[in-house]
Design a protein around this ligand. Structure first.
Ligand SMILES: *[C@@H]1O[C@H](CO)[C@@H](O)[C@H](O)[C@H]1NC(C)=O
Ligand SMILES: *[C@@H]1O[C@H](CO)[C@@H](O)[C@H](O)[C@H]1NC(C)=O
Ligand SMILES: *[C@@H]1O[C@H](CO)[C@@H](O)[C@H](O)[C@H]1NC(C)=O
Ligand SMILES: [Fe+2]
Length: 435
């Protein structure tokens, strides 16, 4: 009994700790209610199925079973019910206080053909799923949504995402808002399964993934790292908290706002080495995602990304990163091309897209004076789409979740910096003179 009380006391302290920086001056409108997505398959059936990219032509299938003895096996093929190939993987579970997770299975399958629908089954029985692999070349379309959560808003935003085709889902942090209540991670996994089992979901961590508990779980990210394993080893990263990957003609940096980032840190050194390997003739587009925005004119979370910006902005600028997408602030804001707080035609476009539908509501208050570098800002839920057409042009659009309708409310055409004569020097040291 006393142990239980102590447990709940500690849990309360812990959740206060998780939220300490969310309690600033702004007031938020009521968020929509939480959705609980029950487990309604058989105990041995896979649930919470999601897929993610691994290298050029492989996919990781992640699923959870309550039974300990279900196999880590994925059978797949190009026609429904016909599984001409299969792979095995491994499984593990984790504990968080009194909670024990199901078996979390990770199975990497492939080689797979690009732009192809595969039908698959997990663990040797249960329902069939399907996904489509991304194209090998441009064009490609990304959906980008941060701070997703699991509310009625989330469900509505996901319905908008699913209503129009896309290739890869990118999430710059804050997934389930379980905030140490582990069963909510399971509920989130079931809520997103219809989407995350059909298209690769590539995620990086937000503050709601930390779940540090002093002394007992000092390093945090237990649920996140167990459930959302990303291909960090393939990009030479030693941690699931940051990595990079290539898809079609795009190199994507998934940075870690909650890992060390100073110039003597592992992440900094990894980023330097990763950028040095980028070949813009193969991946003319270079994007970055991270959680806490470096540029933000909302009253919420002001300045929280500043030390990371100071540490890493120059690396991204010198590498001619085209755009940086972040979450954390529950609103939408698009900046022009910026470097060091000033308009710079060779800097990245910065976008805050932390408006997926979390339980905390919106960050209503922007600074009264809109900074010159901020182009469009609005405290509404919604999602973004980046369609990269070819090596020079991409189209960014933001789709407001207008009650239950999706309304495109902001858009801009981007030129890749790689194709910009004034930002990239040609091999002989002279500037290219065409656009
Ligand atoms: C199981 O849950 C899913 C998602 O909540 C729902 O769409 C489906 O209809 C449910 N199936 C049954 C048999 O209740
Ligand atoms: C790139 O795509 C844009 C948008 O569709 C198009 O207008 C432009 O002509 C294309 N450029 C090249 C070089 O194909
Ligand atoms: C947005 O929703 C409001 C309230 O339902 C409605 O009055 C308005 O017409 C909608 N706007 C658009 C552009 O759909
Ligand atoms: Fe956040």
């Amino acid at each position: 009994m006393e142990t239980r009380l102590l447990f709940f006391f500690l849990l309360t302290i812990s959740s206060l700790w998780q939220h300490h920086h969310a309690s600033s001056k702004y007031s938020r409108p009521p968020a929509r209610s939480l959705i609980h997505t029950p487990h309604n398959r058989s105990e041995s059936d896979p649930q919470q199925v999601h897929v993610s990219l691994v290298g050029q032509d492989h996919m990781r299938v992640t699923y959870i079973t309550s039974h300990k003895h279900t196999k880590s096996l994925v059978e797949y093929g190009k026609s429904p019910g016909v599984y001409e190939a299969s792979s095995t993987g491994d499984h593990d579970s984790y504990h968080y206080f009194f909670y024990s997770s199901g078996e979390i299975h990770n199975v990497v399958i492939g080689p797979l053909e690009p732009g192809t629908t595969y039908y698959y089954r997990c663990g040797g029985s249960g329902p069939e799923f399907s996904f489509r692999t991304p194209p090998s070349d441009l064009p490609i379309e990304f959906v980008i949504v941060g701070d997703l959560g699991q509310t009625e808003w989330t469900a509505s935003t996901l319905a908008h995402v699913g209503a129009k085709d896309y290739d890869v889902f990118l999430l710059p942090g804050d997934l389930s808002y379980a905030d140490t209540q582990q069963p909510l991670w399971d509920s989130f996994g079931r809520l997103v399964e219809p989407y995350a089992s059909q298209r690769p979901w590539m995620v990086t961590e937000g503050n709601h993934e930390i779940e540090i508990f002093p002394i007992i779980y000092p390093t945090g990210f237990k649920a996140y790292n167990s459930r959302w394993l990303m291909p960090h080893q393939q990009s030479g990263s030693k941690t699931n908290l940051y990595y990079s990957f290539d898809v079609a003609g795009v190199h994507i940096l998934m940075l870690g706002s909650y890992a060390e980032f100073d110039s003597d840190s592992d992440q900094y050194k990894w980023l330097q080495a990763d950028l040095a390997r980028v070949d813009r003739s193969k991946t003319p587009w270079l994007l970055a995602l991270l959680h806490a925005p470096w540029y933000n004119s909302n009253e919420a979370h002001k300045g929280e990304g500043e030390s990371m910006r100071k540490a890493m902005e120059e690396l991204l600028y010198n590498a001619r990163v085209d755009a940086v997408f972040s979450g954390h602030v529950h609103a939408y804001e698009r900046f022009t091309r910026v470097f060091d707080n000033k308009v710079d035609p060779c800097g990245p476009v910065y976008v805050t897209i932390g408006d997926g539908g979390n339980r905390e509501g919106l960050a209503m208050n922007f600074e009264k004076q809109k900074p010159e570098i901020s182009v469009y800002r609005e405290p509404s839920f919604g999602h973004g789409r980046l369609r990269v057409y070819n090596e020079t042009r991409a189209h960014w659009s933001w789709h407001r979740n207008n009650e239950s309708e999706s309304v495109m409310s902001d858009e801009v055409w981007l030129h890749s910096l790689y194709s910009s004569s004034s930002c990239v020097e040609s091999g002989d040291g002279s500037k290219r003179d065409e656009l």
